[in-house]
Design a protein around this ligand. Sequence first.
Ligand code: FES
Length: 307
Amino acid sequence: MNGTLTLLPDEIDIDLGANETLLAAALRAGIGHAHACGGRARCSTCRVRVVSGIDDCLPRNRDEAAMADRFGFDPAVRLACQTRVGGDVVVRRLVLDSEDLELALAQNRADDPSRAVGAEQRLTVMFADLRGFTHFAEHLPPYDVIHVLNRYFAAMSRAVERHGGRINNTMGDGLMALFPGDVASRRDGALEAVAAALAMVAAMDEVKTYVETTYGHVLDIGIGLHLGEVVLGALARAGEGRLTAIGDTINLASRIEQANKQFGTCVLASDAVVEALGDHVVVARSVRARLPGRSEESTLHEIASLS
Ligand code: FES
C-alpha cells in the first residue's frame, strides 16, 4: 500500500506507485500538471500545497530544499516532481490557469512526457547597443532611422554569423547574440564571440562614417560578453523554432554591455570569458565595477585583440 494522492482542484484520486513522485503520478493519470524544467527541481511550476498528509511526505531532498529556500516556500508547499509520500495526501496544484493547463498538456502530448520546455546550455552571450542612438532617432524622420538600423543590423549580423553566433533577439537598436560553440568543428564559443565582437567594432567604422557624412551624427557601439549557463526554451506562441534564453548569465551580459558607457569602452568581457580564452586574448585594461543588481563588484576586461 503506497498511499493515495488526491489532487485538487481536479478532484481525482490516484493510487501511488512504489517510490513514485506526486508529479509522476499526476502525469500518469493524464493530469495537465505543469513541469517546465522536466522534473529536475530547476523551476517552481510543479509546486503544490499539501492540504492534508504533510506528515506522510518524505522530507525535502537537497535540490528541493535549495529551491524552497530561494523562493521562501512555506513548509506545506512542495515540488511535486521531488515529493514522495508514505501515506495518503491531498494536494492542490498551484500553477494552473487555463493557459498553464494548455501548455502543460502540450508538454504531456510530446513524445517524452517528462521532457523540459527548456534546456540548460553553457554558452557565451553577447549584448550590443548603439551609443548616441536615442539622440539620433529623436532628430531624424523614422524612415531614416529604420534605414540606418537596417544597415547597422545587416553589418552586425554578418559579423555574428561568420563566427557561428546567432542573433537571438533585437530590441530597438540593441541585440542579443548567443555563441554556443561547436564541438564537431572545434569552434570555441567564447573565442568566436570575442572575434565577432572585434569584427563588429571594425564593421561599425563603416556604419559610423556613413552616418556622420550622411546625417552629421556620431554613433558608436558598446558590446558586453559573458560566459555561463542559460536556459534555452522554445516560446510556444512566438513562431516555429523561436528560442528564448533566460538566466543570470543573460542579465549579467546585459549589465556588462551597459558598463561600456561608464568606462568609455567598446568591448567589455567578464572574468569567465577572459579565463576561457587564456593566452588567446589581449586585454587593454581591467576595471572593477558594481553592476546593478549585484551585491559584489565584478572585474570587467576591455578587449583589445585576439592573439
Ligand atoms: S518540474 Fe520543475 S521543479 Fe518540478
